[in-house]
Write a new protein. Sequence first.
Length: 245
Amino acid sequence: MKITIDGNEIEANFGETILDAANRSGLEIPTLCYSEAFGGQGVCRMCMVEVKEGDRKRLVASCTYPITSEIEVQTSTPELLEIRSNIITLLYRRAPNSDYMKKLHQEYECTGVEPVDPEEKCIMCRLCIKACEKVGAYAISTIMRGTEKRVATPFDEESPVCIGCNACADICPTGAISVKKEGGRQKIWHKSFEMFRCEVCGDYFSTLPVKEHVKEQLELTVSGDNLCPNCRRNKLARDVANVSK
């Protein structure tokens, strides 16, 4: 079916979200808590859009709103811009130490606010928790309530199920999760991991639990599992080239 986003007519699939349809068509809708890996959460509300269906207009979260009929979508009305500005203001107040939030605060020309914790970077988007669940570790979750709510390991101690994959840190939009690498070891979430080197370039690139987790999930030994991603890609390219000769 056809829908219109900011005057652009695009083809949409029944049941897909407005955000997915927009992304597929190269139309940008701002997000904070969205990832293609696990879809929309509707947590941050940055992706709010105005939907007109017949004579009815309403504001919806584009990352969770399914397309079931022909609709007209507006992504940047004055009302929506004000909503996003208010969201950024509140999130910046929570996480003023994040360079990403500082950038958004300037872009949306938000007014100055008194930060709750000048050192905080987390906006509670929950992407890190989703990533950990996707990996299958379930090492982190939200704890506490209200203004004290935050992401942490149980009892703020070393989690026995954390494998040091860094999926949580990699997906975090605000750089809130600390990963320290030094001397062949990596520390994240109060837990220290020994890392192993790529057999070609010698760079440290993964932890042993990650390697074992991959083998267990795939139920086989991955070809080139002692290679870093860059060397593995180079090896694959050489193998393909040799086969095609």
